[in-house]
Design a protein. Structure first.
Length: 218
């Protein structure tokens, strides 16, 4: 089953993908389902509605901000606003039965320009956020090839499972990076279980010009 685990809609406030655009864009991209991961402390409230309306798998998650970086969360409805530290957030999600994924963990080291900060594989492997989460997002729609290569090397070194997600903010991005699961996923509980078991692989489906420093705006 092919899922895009990282998508934003207009509800996030920084995307031009309306909820009604999402499923048609996903079908056009050859996806079997999508995950809406709006910024904030609550999972998407429109995922279930869209799934019923379009008879298409749409799962709700969220993208949380912490002092160590952004974290994709599945399996919980919300978390207390007072939680900001990554260690506290991951502990809360784990106790609630959810799953966490480090989103674009090295984005700050690879800006959307020709400038990038130096970061070795050994140094990247010491990233605190990667010691906490269940998986890491290796393929992100906004990543440069250099960033993806580093993520792959870090994932392999740490033995940390890799996911793929478009981080889509414009319709044509949907499905450009995906996570392919071994089995069909019918609901959020099955998604969380599959993520915990590591029954998936990540795949980058972008064409060459979308992997450069200018990404989608070239």
């Amino acid at each position: 089953m092919i899922l895009d685990l990282h998508i934003h809609t207009t509800i996030s406030g920084d995307s031009i993908i309306t909820p009604q655009m999402l499923v048609p864009a996903a079908i056009n991209a050859g996806l079997d389902g999508v995950c809406i991961t709006e910024h904030g402390i609550e999972k998407s409230r429109i995922a279930e509605k869209l799934a019923k309306e379009f008879d298409f798998p749409v799962f709700g998650g969220m993208e949380a901000s912490t002092e160590l970086g952004d974290i994709l969360i599945f399996g919980i409805d919300s978390y207390p606003r007072v939680i900001y530290k990554a260690t506290e957030l991951v502990e809360f999600v784990k106790e609630a039965g959810g799953v966490t994924i480090a989103a674009h963990p090295f984005r700050s080291n690879f800006g959307r320009s020709t400038y990038k900060k130096s970061l070795t594989v050994d140094a990247a492997c010491e990233s605190k956020i990667l010691q906490l989460v269940d998986a890491m997002e290796t393929f992100n729609g906004w990543s440069t090839e250099e960033e993806v290569t580093l993520c792959q090397e870090v994932s392999n070194t740490l033995g940390l499972n890799s996911t793929g997600g478009s981080d889509a903010h414009i319709p044509k991005q949907v499905g450009c990076c995906v996570t392919i699961f071994e089995n069909q996923i019918e609901n959020e509980a099955e998604l969380v279980a599959a993520l915990k078991r590591g029954e998936f692989i990540a795949q980058d489906r972008r064409i060459a010009e979308h992997k450069g420093p200018a990404n989608w705006f070239s």
